[in-house]
Ligand binder design. Structure first.
Ligand SMILES: *Cc1c(COP(=O)(O)O)cnc(C)c1O
Length: 374
């Protein structure tokens, strides 16, 4: 019998910093679908391939599980009995679930009132100690770093290097699925750990651990990166109200409907700049209106429901098309970081209300006739 898929640590053991002594704390995360869009390219009139890596189908509904399986396994290996994180929501959901799986305690700091309902319910359900702060994510990040310094806690935010190690596996899966790297990879950027992890993963998949390209004689990533098929051009997209990479400086009061990326002081600042530069890529931004429109467009035209922060990828791709920088025949992968069910309030508030009619056949029939395709 084929052993069934048992999570990314077991799958990529030889490429991760684990040993036989590392307890594997896993919920069988990773191995997410790469779904090729069928209707959107046609509707946009573009002859390109667009594939969505749907990270919303991880066990807790976001890519954070990839990092958390590593961070929690390594914490338990080191003897930790409690973990802590600051979170815009998904990190707390993942930390709480993996801590439950490991039988250790979990403390999460979240910004009061600025976390999507699904995510809050997860942290609470898994038994984490949930601490709302009168402040934003960046305040929380500062506080957990302080707390982890003098309390017996392991910090599991993406400043923990094991997080990025787990998250890099997304690139391995994309390269395996396509047989080579895509031309472009578009993803949202908040704390900037994930774009950094994507780049580590693509670089390792290409056999380039530290910068030179053996595909085209070593010069390519720096001279003509867009021509090098071994690694994609990275497009990191931010919400306009929380876009320190576009401003070139930290932002003090970030604001966006995409609460998962409502971050003004990204921890992986230098790594993300390096990833963007080495890939020959760029940062772009999308307004809240553009983000919500992209979320709705993807849901209605392709049947894929991602959360607002994930739709930022699609919004950024649409912008790149408008600017004419992506050529025909390109293969583009978009990371959809989290599931739409995480944030039902935002989804409902931008959709039309359900109809309400009497429970009679004639009322139903009249309504259906009004809405049948003509
Ligand atoms: C965490 C998160 C992001 C941002 O990832 P970073 O590594 O912080 O840049 C984007 N989307 C979702 C759904 C997230 O949970």
């Amino acid at each position: 019998m084929q052993p069934h898929y048992q999570g990314l640590i077991r799958r990529y053991r030889d490429r991760l910093p684990v040993s036989a002594a590392t307890p594997v704390i896993s919920l069988n995360e990773g191995n997410t679908p790469l779904v090729e869009l069928q209707n959107l390219p046609r509707r946009l009139g573009r002859s390109v391939r667009i594939l969505c890596k749907f990270e919303g189908l991880n066990p807790t509904g976001s890519f954070k599980d990839r990092g958390m399986t590593m961070a929690v396994s390594k914490a338990v290996e080191a003897g930790a009995r409690a973990i802590i994180c600051a979170s815009t929501g998904n990190t707390s959901a993942a930390a709480a679930a993996y801590a439950a799986r490991a039988g250790i305690s979990c403390f999460v700091l979240i910004p009061e009132g600025k976390i999507a309902l699904g995510k809050l319910s997860q942290a609470m359900m898994h038994g984490a100690t949930v601490i709302q702060i009168r402040g934003n994510f960046d305040d929380g990040m500062r506080l957990v770093q302080e707390a982890a310094k003098h309390l017996p806690l392991t910090l599991v935010n993406s400043i923990n290097p094991f997080r990025l190690q787990g998250q890099k596996t997304i690139a391995f899966e994309v390269v395996e699925a396509l047989g080579e790297a895509p031309d472009y990879h578009v993803l949202p950027v908040g704390n900037a750990g994930n774009i950094s992890a994507h780049w580590i993963g693509y670089s390792e998949a290409a056999g380039l651990v530290s910068g030179s390209c053996n595909h085209c004689g070593g010069a390519c990533p720096y001279l003509a990166p867009a021509l090098c098929k071994r690694r994609p051009v990275l497009i990191g997209v931010q919400a306009a109200g929380a876009a320190p990479f576009l401003r070139g400086a930290m932002v003090d009061n970030p604001e966006t409907v995409a609460t998962a990326i409502r971050i003004g002081h990204p921890v992986s600042w230098d790594l993300a700049w390096a990833a963007k530069n080495e890939s020959g890529g760029w940062f772009s931004e999308a307004t809240d209106a553009e983000i919500l429109a992209a979320q709705k467009l993807l849901a209605e035209t392709e049947g894929i429901f991602c959360e607002p922060a994930s739709a930022v990828s699609i919004a950024g791709l649409l912008k790149a098309f408008e600017r004419g920088v992506i050529g025909d025949g390109s293969v583009i992968v978009c990371t959809l970081t989290g599931h739409g069910l995480k944030d039902p309030d935002t989804a409902i508030s931008q959709s039309s209300a359900p109809f309400l009619v009497d429970a009679t056949g004639s009322a139903i029939e009249a309504l259906i006739k009004e809405h049948l395709p003509r």
